[in-house]
Design a protein. Structure first.
Length: 231
């Protein structure tokens, strides 16, 4: 065994402690296990340990894993990486949620590919740190994007997502998380997808409802050749 079950339990305990510090219930926080480039066997191990939400960065890998693991009951796939318009066809049919919506063109293509299915939950990605290398709309652009996406019945905007600038001290992410939480309140959105292995406890203290944790669960990520491919 790889230790995934033990790692999951340790992460859940850390979530519970962070919630206690913030006066929140752990039930308010969804743990998305980031399985990007991890083999199907580790995902199956996580499922046996009670995990149901999994995050994938690459659209085709998400499609292939959803097909390869279709026999596992109750899995919810989260597309968490940036998406090109021509890759929306891989995400829309299988994803429970998309966490990186920052362009109306992507929204329209996802909506077109989602027709006939329940609305796809989406998070608007906001670049609160103002980094030139990061995707996401500025906080000032978010209201206009929200209005356009809300006009698409195939999508349901549930909240906001951000990736703060990398920092050695997790506490340095706190102002960015606070800014995203304030923006969500101003826009009337309840969900906050923020926090990774490096800073998820701080994110929870600042209101995260979804945390995306990979390395603390699965260990270091393998090379891309390790991705699952469905027949």
């Amino acid at each position: 065994m790889s230790g995934v079950a033990e790692n999951l339990e340790a992460v859940r305990q850390r979530i519970a402690r962070a919630c206690a510090r913030a006066g929140r219930s752990p039930d308010e926080v969804t743990l998305v296990a980031v399985s990007k480039l991890q083999p199907a066997s580790l995902i199956e191990e996580a499922v046996r340990a009670g995990q149901r939400d999994f995050g994938e960065n690459y659209a085709q890998e998400l499609r292939d894993k959803a097909a390869a693991l279709a026999g596992l009951e109750g899995l919810r796939w989260h597309a968490i990486g940036p998406l090109q318009t021509n890759k929306a066809k891989y995400v829309a049919p299988v994803a429970h949620a998309f966490h990186a919506l920052d362009r109306v063109e992507i929204a329209r293509e996802l909506a077109r590919r989602r027709r006939g299915a329940p609305p796809l939950k989406v998070f608007l990605e906001v670049n609160v740190g103002g980094e030139a290398t990061k995707n996401g709309v500025t906080p000032e652009e978010a209201p206009a994007l929200l209005e356009k996406v809300r006009a698409l019945p195939e999508l349901e905007v549930v909240g906001l997502m951000t990736l703060p600038p990398p920092a050695a001290d997790p506490d340095e992410a706190r102002p960015h998380f606070r800014r995203l939480a304030a923006l969500a309140r101003a826009l009337g959105l309840r969900e906050l997808s923020m926090g990774t292995t490096a800073d998820f406890e701080v994110a929870i203290e600042e209101g995260a409802t979804v945390v995306r944790v990979g390395t603390a669960i699965f260990g270091e990520r393998p090379k891309k050749a390790g991705a699952v491919t469905a027949p």
